[in-house]
Design a protein around this ligand. Structure first.
Ligand SMILES: NC(=O)c1ccc[n+]([C@@H]2O[C@H](COP(=O)([O-])OP(=O)(O)OC[C@H]3O[C@@H](n4cnc5c(N)ncnc54)[C@H](OP(=O)(O)O)[C@@H]3O)[C@@H](O)[C@H]2O)c1
Length: 225
């Protein structure tokens, strides 16, 4: 694997994935809204990291991001959809979440990422190789009170990935549940959690890349030592 595009690269699991990929000799383009944080990562990695400041949920972002990534990297071996939003926090019952909030979550977690996939898998299919990863959650399969909108977006993502895998047997479509990690998102969702009980993003990133070395299409529950 020589090139990768990671969304949600400015912090948390996405930043850890950038670090782990660069350490393995991969050139990485990273997407997030926080351009300052992306510049900080570029200062660490130099030419191995290409910052792309964009909101993945914005209409038109997919074309811009795909163009910038392919322009900088030439071709893409790996696309990781990691950027994600919980929706309104504190998390609340579905009956208290309006349809505008639902649409915002779906734009960021589902529609924008799918638009980006559509713009990048054609070239992968022509080459007959490529891996697309969707970072998922156990909230995609469990029904935790308060997590309904976020969980629905992850369940829908996973369904699209399963169908893409069935339709494109030459490519890999992998969804991965990273488990509970010590990140900004987790602190926003469950502020009372003890960070010491949570996985470190760097450990999860390593486990995911090890999994990619051996896995075919499908859903991964990552084991972190
Ligand atoms: N933390 C957990 O316990 C946990 C558990 C299960 C699954 N997950 C999943 O793991 C993935 C990583 O989560 P995390 O915990 O690392 O979250 P995080 O620390 O909050 O990081 C989220 C990343 O996504 C980016 N992002 C959010 N909205 C964006 C948008 N509209 N456009 C572009 N980038 C956007 C953020 O950057 P900007 O703000 O700069 O845009 C940030 O880089 C997510 O898919 C999450 O659903 C996390």
């Amino acid at each position: 694997m020589k090139t990768a595009l990671v969304t949600g690269a400015s912090r948390g699991l996405g930043e850890a994935l950038v670090d782990a990929l660069v350490a393995r000799g991969v050139r990485v383009a990273g997407v997030a809204r926080d351009a300052v944080a992306l510049e900080r990562i570029r200062a660490r990695h130099g030419a191995a990291f290409v910052p792309i400041a964009a909101d993945v949920g914005e209409p038109g972002a997919a074309a811009r991001v795909a163009g910038a990534a392919l322009g900088a990297l030439g071709s893409l071996d790996l696309l990781v959809h990691n950027a994600s939003t919980l929706g309104p926090v504190p998390l609340r019952p579905l009956l208290e979440v309006g349809e505008d909030d639902l649409l915002d979550v779906l734009r960021t977690n589902l529609v924008g990422p799918h638009a980006l996939t559509l713009r990048l898998v054609g070239a992968m299919a022509l080459r007959g190789a490529g891996t697309v990863v969707g970072i998922s959650s156990d909230a995609a399969v469990e029904h935790y009170p308060g997590w309904g909108v976020y969980g629905a977006s992850k369940a829908a993502q996973d369904h699209l990935f399963g169908t893409l895998a069935a339709e494109q047997p030459d490519l890999r479509f992998i969804t991965a549940d990273p488990g509970e990690m010590d990140t900004t998102m987790h602190a926003a969702a469950i502020p009372e959690a003890d960070p010491a009980t949570l996985r470190r993003p760097a450990d999860v990133a390593r486990a995911l890349l090890d999994h990619l070395d051996v896995a075919g299409s499908g859903r991964a529950a990552l084991e972190v030592a």
